[in-house]
Design a protein around this ligand. Structure first.
Ligand SMILES: O=C(O)CCC(=O)C(=O)O
Length: 260
C-alpha cells in the first residue's frame, strides 16, 4: 500500500457517502500524489498533442461557440483514453476512483467509460449547465458517478466545476442543444444556485449523473486539464451495451477502420 492508498483507507467513508447522498457531489483532496500526477500528465499531453493519435475519439465540446483561438478546439474532449494507452485502466487513478465510487454508491459500481476534457489557455468557453443523464439512454437504475480529476489546479478563472447542491434528488430538467445542430446540451439555470469547487491538481470532485453542473471558460494563460472516469452498476453497463450504447467507443473504432 503506498501513502495515498493508506490515506484513502483512513478517510471517513460514512461522511463521504452522507455528503454525496445529500449534496449530489463530493470533493476528495489528494487522489494522486505529485509523482503520480506527473505520470498521468505525460500520457495526457501525448494524447492532446496527437503523439498518441486519438483523432476519431476527439471532439470540440465547445463547438456551440464560434472558434475563440484559431487552429484549436474551444474545449478538447477525448473519449476513451484507456483504449489508447495500455494498462491505463489498471492504474492508480482508475483504481482509487473505483474504490470511492463503490463507497458512495455501492459495491456493484463498475467502470463505464473515461474521457479527457481540456480547456486550453484563453479559450474562454463555458461548458454549459447540464445533467449528464440527459446525454445517456434512460436506464432503470439511475445510480452513476463521474470522478473529475484535476491535472492542473482548477480555479474559478480556468474552469473548475460548479454544482447545484441537491439537484440529483429532483427531476431531470429539460435539455436543449446549446446551439442548433450541435451535440452540446444545456438546461436552464445560473451560477446563483451553484457552488464552485476549486481543487488542487491531483484532487477530484465526484458528481451524480443527475447533478446539475457547469464550468466557466478558461480565461487564464495556462491550461486546465481534467481526467474523467465514470462508474455505474455493472448490470446497467451491460444494459446500455445491449441497447447499443457505449459512449462513442465503437463509433470511433469504425471511423478508424474507414480511414484505413
Ligand atoms: O470539464 C468540464 O468542463 C466539464 C466536465 C463535465 O461536464 C463532466 O465531467 O461531466
Amino acid at each position: 500500500m503506498n501513502d495515498v492508498d493508506a490515506w484513502l483507507a483512513q478517510q471517513n467513508h460514512a461522511e463521504w457517502k452522507e455528503n454525496f447522498d445529500q449534496q449530489g457531489y463530493l470533493v476528495v483532496e489528494g487522489l494522486l500524489s505529485h509523482e503520480e500526477i506527473i505520470g498521468y500528465e505525460r500520457i495526457y499531453d501525448k494524447l492532446l498533442s496527437g503523439e498518441i493519435n486519438a483523432k476519431s475519439h476527439r471532439h470540440d465540446l465547445g463547438n456551440h461557440v464560434d472558434r475563440k483561438v484559431s487552429k484549436q478546439e474551444n474545449i478538447c474532449q477525448i473519449m476513451w483514453p484507456s483504449s489508447y494507452v495500455e494498462n491505463l485502466q489498471e492504474g492508480k487513478l482508475h483504481e482509487r476512483a473505483a474504490k470511492i465510487a463503490k463507497i458512495i454508491l455501492g459495491d456493484d459500481m463498475t467502470f463505464d467509460f473515461d474521457m479527457l476534457i481540456s480547456k486550453a489557455p484563453l479559450t474562454d468557453t463555458v461548458t454549459p449547465m447540464h445533467q449528464d443523464e440527459s446525454y445517456w439512454c434512460d436506464m432503470p437504475d439511475k445510480r452513476a458517478v463521474t470522478v473529475w480529476v484535476a491535472m492542473d489546479n482548477a480555479t474559478v478563472d480556468n474552469g473548475c466545476m460548479w454544482f447545484v447542491p441537491g439537484s440529483h434528488n429532483k427531476e431531470l430538467r429539460p435539455h436543449r442543444q446549446a446551439r442548433e445542430g450541435h451535440h452540446v446540451l444545456c438546461c436552464d439555470g445560473d451560477e446563483s444556485e451553484m457552488i464552485a469547487s476549486p481543487i488542487r491538481a491531483g484532487s477530484c470532485t465526484l458528481h451524480h449523473g443527475r447533478t446539475i453542473h457547469y464550468t466557466r471558460g478558461n480565461s487564464t494563460d495556462k491550461q486546465r486539464r481534467a481526467f474523467i472516469v465514470n462508474y455505474r452498476p455493472g448490470l446497467m453497463v451491460t444494459w446500455e451495451r445491449n441497447h447499443g450504447y457505449d459512449h462513442g467507443k465503437d463509433k470511433g473504432v469504425q471511423d478508424i477502420l474507414k480511414e484505413d
